[in-house]
Design a binder for this molecule. Sequence first.
Ligand code: 5GP
Ligand code: ZN
Length: 111
Amino acid sequence: MNCIFCQIAKKELPATIIYEDESFVAFKDINPIAPIHYLIIPKKHITSINHLELQDKELMGELFLAAKKIAKTQGIADNGYRLVFNVGKDSGQMVDHLHLHLLGGKKLLWS
Ligand code: 5GP
Ligand code: ZN
């Protein structure tokens, strides 16, 4: 499968990785829209939230715990941050490997 985020997770493509554990990798977005803009991905290929299965429920819980941990270690937990999943074409999802955007480092406005 030709998935760029699977390739980043396997270190076959370069990325600035800021966190990794058994199940997830987090790295800097190549085109950041906030001072802090990371993408947190499961190492397992899941196309989008639309493709989640019951067996993924523990993994998804762990994804939020990883996001919480990263926000804390990156120093934005107290000021706050935004977590975003894009799902499908109307959302503008460009990469078909489930990813959680972690945005922070400034006051975020809806746009
Ligand atoms: P989406 O719109 O699919 O939710 O967001 C995909 C994100 O991945 C975009 O913010 C885009 O800038 C980022 N992105 C796309 N290709 C790459 C890449 O090769 N490396 C990194 N680090 N980010 C990427
Ligand atoms: Zn993938």
